[in-house]
Design a protein around this ligand. Structure first.
Ligand code: ASP
Length: 285
């Protein structure tokens, strides 16, 4: 692979922001993109970069991932996360996990372990224990605002990065959707659906998981790039596909192997922050 100019894009979820926190969400995306960028500059791998950027967003209680995740119909938190590297197609994911502060880090361990792609529930926790990933009391991940509102929580997080070696990686992490049944697994932990990376680029999705799964949205978005669309056009087409085939709402971010960025949504907002080096960091919603 030839040396590449690094690039990164992160998102903070598509969906209504009714609590006036849009500005702070943009700041959160900006901070995560900058954290990832610092690593890229030091020559870190795209995998390390998306893991760090998503972990920063998981630690920010404004977002529906890690701390601040939405509650299911039992009032509990169950989280999904996945991470994938495009050159090797290595992927790791966890679904319906509780007690894990940073599900994306656990997903990374699944990837590195290499035996499986996706671990769920109690088995994922057992794996975490064996891997030395600490577990926290479930209430530590519940934030007050989430308990108060307990609905309409959006703000799944995701990141895609291109490293200096020309590799692309993508990661997505979420608390899922409000009032979901215990055991429900959304798109975020499913490679091809809420996250995907291959030799042409990487994608992270957000929105109604059941709809996203039906059109295998992340892979579909990258197929548009492969067919010759630039990433902006590919993102638009992917969201159109989501809407036309399922009536679902959501958004996607794309970064291709040439460092070109695209994003689109059919919801009122989707905070994003990106940088391709020249021009610093751009935020949008
Ligand atoms: N896609 C996530 C899920 O369905 C939710 C979201 O992106 O807001 O679990």
């Amino acid at each position: 692979m030839s040396p590449a100019a690094p690039a990164i894009i992160v998102h903070g979820g598509a969906g209504p922001v009714r609590d006036g926190s849009l500005e702070r969400r943009l700041e959160g995306c900006d901070a995560a993109a900058r954290a990832g960028w610092r690593l890229l500059e030091r020559g870190a791998s795209a995998l390390d970069v998306v893991e760090a950027a998503v972990a920063a967003l998981e630690d920010n209680p404004l977002f529906n991932a890690g701390t601040g995740s939405t509650l299911n119909s039992r009032g509990e938190i169950e989280m999904d996360a996945a991470i994938m590297e495009g050159v090797s197609l290595r992927a790791g994911a966890v679904a319906a996990v509780q007690r894990i502060k940073n599900p994306v880090k656990l997903a990374r361990r699944v990837l590195e372990d290499g035996r499986h792609v996706l671990l769920a529930g109690a088995g994922a926790l057992e794996f975490a224990r064996a891997a030395g990933i600490p577990q926290c009391p479930p209430e530590e991940l519940v934030v007050e605002s989430e308990q108060r509102r307990w609905r309409d929580k959006h703000g799944t997080v995701g990141a895609v990065a291109l490293d200096r070696g020309g590799a692309v990686a993508a990661a997505t992490s979420t608390g899922g959707i409000f009032d979901k049944l215990p055991g429900r697994v959304g798109d975020s932990s499913l490679p091809g659906c809420g996250v995907y990376a291959d030799e042409d680029g990487g994608v992270s999705c957000t929105g109604h998981g059941e709809s996203i799964i039906r059109v295998v949205l992340a892979k579909s978005a990258l197929d548009f790039v492969r067919a010759g669309c630039d990433p902006e056009e590919a993102a638009r087409r992917a969201v159109e596909l989501l809407a036309s085939r399922t009536g679902g709402t959501g958004g996607v971010i794309i970064l291709d192997r040439r460092g070109r960025i695209g994003y689109a949504r059919n919801t009122p907002h989707m905070p994003v922050c990106y940088s391709t080096g020249a021009g610093g960091f751009k935020v949008d919603f």
